[in-house]
Design a protein around this ligand. Structure first.
Ligand code: ARG
Length: 699
């Protein structure tokens, strides 16, 4: 027996499963036998006494989980951080544990109210005393870790728990003598797994299987070379023995019903202090400010989701709720992350939601020089569709050519600083690219309840597709197209071949004739099938009047391609009188520019099809400049391409029979996009009808 090692335990006289605060307790209320629990606990106590001294704290009625002394607090030397239980079911244990520690001469530190931390259940010292592993995600809050680092003057490594069954760190993680680690990797997020792997070399990691994990094999008491646990598979026993451990199994099934086992039932109250180790904590915090219809638009809950789901934690510093329906609200949040990398990940997403750093904390952006053509510095900022500003030399500079998935490059010119969105491939050596998330803000228009509801209405309305609702949407779209045309604005159409197959070509041709379309973006296929229909009356070999395949029709589109190749180009075919109607014909006739972007599956292609995709993207981007509206007609590929090049503020109308495509494309997180789930041929015919009605009215 080693005199210097002491454990605190609490007899199960008052133990029971009285409530459910973890998944193990579910279905087990009053299902444990106190006699059997007592017997199992005594056996455990007896085993531990052979290797250490056991001290006892008096059990209290009404606090049945007090047996789990691991949750009393976290001890290092003569200091203890008292637990602040998350659940009220256990909060009443705190004063009893506090009294015990004080009685034994410990200095007791207490966390602020509402900052939960559940003691040694969620914080385990490396057995060499090099640092403290601290869990968060279920019972303990990340923001408690800096307090612990400071009070116990130790380095804290924060690990995020992901599996509800392993709600305390000690249910899935057990540092062992000699720097070994017994743990269940799937209980942690990938980032925490990386941290673990960085600190514990592979030969020291004993990763266990789920079957052992659910038997609480990680909930082990380790004293020197001895490990005491509820149960271990033969394989695990062999692995532990191979590294010099003696495995002692002792059944603790009655305690498993409450979600605890060997380690939970004990608290090591003698943890030697290594004087050369000092407080160190990578946890970072910063303040952000949000403004807008925070509740109505759901921004506040989105922000909170982003923080928590990315592995951070938050505190609301203040929330000013707008009083009137029209007034906006402001909120200041303190955001914490386990380290810098996670903080940057959270901040990037918060910036997308319109979060800004409060004026007193605003910093300049970080800038790095491009050292290789076409390659951005690591950690470069990735742009969104929202208007963005960057802070350089204490000044906010608006970013030009806003688009998604680009980098930001800043440059000193005669007119002062300019910032531009640039694609990776266009970067040049020596350019100054923005890295990190410091001093970047995006401007979001406040979205009111009405606007949001309207969007949802249009969406879902069309989704359930009552015809009347589609009609209502078409009325609205027609009205806007009419306005744009009359004001000299720009409507871009991106369309797939389905437009032709569904009989929409005559309607689209009409829109072009009437001046509603200012550019057409698509692939080889829409042009091929449109011309096929004009020349041969079929689309992909299907007779468009009778709706049946014609014999030999599968060769039609190739004949058409050949024909146009013979004419040199689509315009050539029009000039030579070969092509006399249809979408492409109208484009040529009315000088509506078009770009046909090629793809791997293109037959032919037509002479006009741009098979150099980088050039095709550039041509798309050029035509999209200054667009007021984009009509996306049944093409996921071209629509996504277009979406990426288009800044927020441009109205997008996405029509597709497949609701998944519509959802994907119309959800740009802004009110400018409308989704219509319907047959595109039908949509176009309604649109033409509606525009005609507007014309009739105005004449
Ligand atoms: N019923 C207890 C709870 O949910 C079990 C605690 C187990 N303790 C531990 N250190 N894992 O809080």
């Amino acid at each position: 027996m080693t005199d210097s090692i002491r454990f605190l335990m609490c007899s199960p006289d008052k133990y029971d499963v009285d409530y459910v605060i973890n998944p193990w307790m579910e279905g087990n209320i009053h299902k444990s036998s106190r006699d059997r629990a007592l017997e199992q606990w005594q056996k455990l106590c007896y085993i531990i006494k052979e290797h250490a001294v056991v001290e006892l704290v008096e059990p209290q009625s009404g606090w049945p989980d007090m047996v789990f002394t691991a949750n009393a607090g976290l001890v290092l030397g003569k200091n203890v951080v008292l637990s602040r239980f998350l659940h009220k079911e256990r909060q009443g244990e705190e004063p009893y544990f506090k009294a015990w520690f004080e009685d034994k001469g410990y200095t007791v530190y207490e966390l602020p109210l509402d900052l939960p931390f559940e003691g040694a259940g969620d914080a385990l010292f490396d057995r060499e005393g090099r640092w403290l592993w601290a869990g968060y995600g279920f019972r303990s809050e990340l923001d408690s870790h800096p307090y612990i680092a400071k009070w116990l003057d130790t380095e804290v490594v924060s690990l995020r728990l992901m599996d509800e069954r392993f709600y305390h760190l000690d249910t899935c993680f057990c540092p062992l003598t000699g720097g070994y680690l017994l743990y269940y990797p799937p209980a942690f997020d990938s980032y925490s797994n990386r941290l673990i792997e960085m600190r514990v070399p592979p030969e020291k990691r004993i990763a266990i299987a789920e079957a052992d994990a659910v038997n609480f094999a990680c909930n082990t008491v380790n004293i020197d070379q001895v490990v005491v646990m509820n149960q271990a598979s033969d394989e695990l026993k062999q692995r532990l023995e191979a590294v010099g451990m003696t495995v002692i199994e002792t059944p603790l099934t009655e305690f498993l019903k409450a979600g605890g086992a060997a380690k939970c039932l004990t608290l090591r109250v003698t943890e030697p202090v290594r004087t050369e180790i000092h407080a160190k904590i990578p946890v970072e915090s910063r303040t952000i400010r949000l403004e807008g219809h925070l509740l109505d638009s759901g921004i506040i809950s989105k922000a909170i989701d982003v923080i928590v789901e990315t592995g951070g934690s938050f505190q609301v510093l203040n929330f000013n709720l707008g009083e009137q329906r029209q007034s906006t609200s402001t909120a200041e949040l303190k955001v914490s992350a386990p380290d810098h990398e996670v903080m940057e990940e959270i901040m990037t997403q918060l910036i997308d939601l319109g979060a800004v750093t409060p004026p007193q904390e605003v910093c300049d952006t970080n800038i790095e020089t491009v050292t290789q053509d076409g390659v951005a510095p690591d950690d470069f900022y990735v742009t969104t569709i929202y208007p963005t500003e960057v802070r350089v030399n204490c000044e906010w500079v608006k970013v030009e050519n806003q688009r998604m998935d680009a980098t930001i490059v800043v440059k000193e010119t005669d007119q002062g600083l300019v910032a531009n969105c640039k694609l990776l491939r266009d970067l040049k050596v020596g350019e100054q690219a923005i890295v990190g998330v410091e001093g970047i803000r995006t401007i979001r228009k406040p979205e009111s309840r009405e606007q949001r509801n309207k969007k949802e209405f249009s969406f879902m309305g069309a989704g359930v597709s009552s015809e009347r609702r589609v009609e209502l949407l078409v009325e609205q779209i027609a009205w806007e197209m009419r306005q744009i045309r009359d004001q000299g604005g720009k409507v871009i159409v991106t369309a797939g071949p389905v437009v032709i197959h569904t009989g929409g070509s005559q309607h689209l041709a009409r829109l072009i004739q009437d001046g509603y379309v200012h550019a057409l973006l698509g692939g080889n296929a829409i042009a091929v099938h449109d011309i096929e229909q004009s020349l041969l009356g079929t689309s992909l070999g299907v007779d468009m009047k009778r709706g049946v395949p014609v014999s030999g029709g599968h060769r039609h589109h190739l004949k058409v391609i050949n024909h146009i190749r013979n004419c040199g180009s689509i315009a050539g075919a029009v000039e030579q009188g070969v092509l006399t109607k249809g979408v492409m014909y109208e484009c040529v006739k009315h000088n509506v520019p078009f770009v046909l972007a090629g793809s791997i599956r293109d037959d032919g292609p037509l002479p006009d099809t741009q098979m150099d995709l980088i050039k095709a993207q550039q041509e798309y981007a050029t035509l999209l400049k200054g667009a007021d509206m984009v009509l996306m007609l049944s093409t996921m590929l071209h629509s996504i391409g277009v979406g990426n090049m288009t800044p927020a503020g441009v109205k997008m109308v996405c029509v597709d029979i497949n609701p998944a495509v519509v959802t994907k494309l119309s959800d740009r997180g802004s009110i400018e996009s409308v989704g219509v789930v319907t047959d595109v041929g039908l949509f176009l015919s309604l649109l033409v009808q509606q525009l005609d009605k507007l014309t009739a009215k105005s004449e």
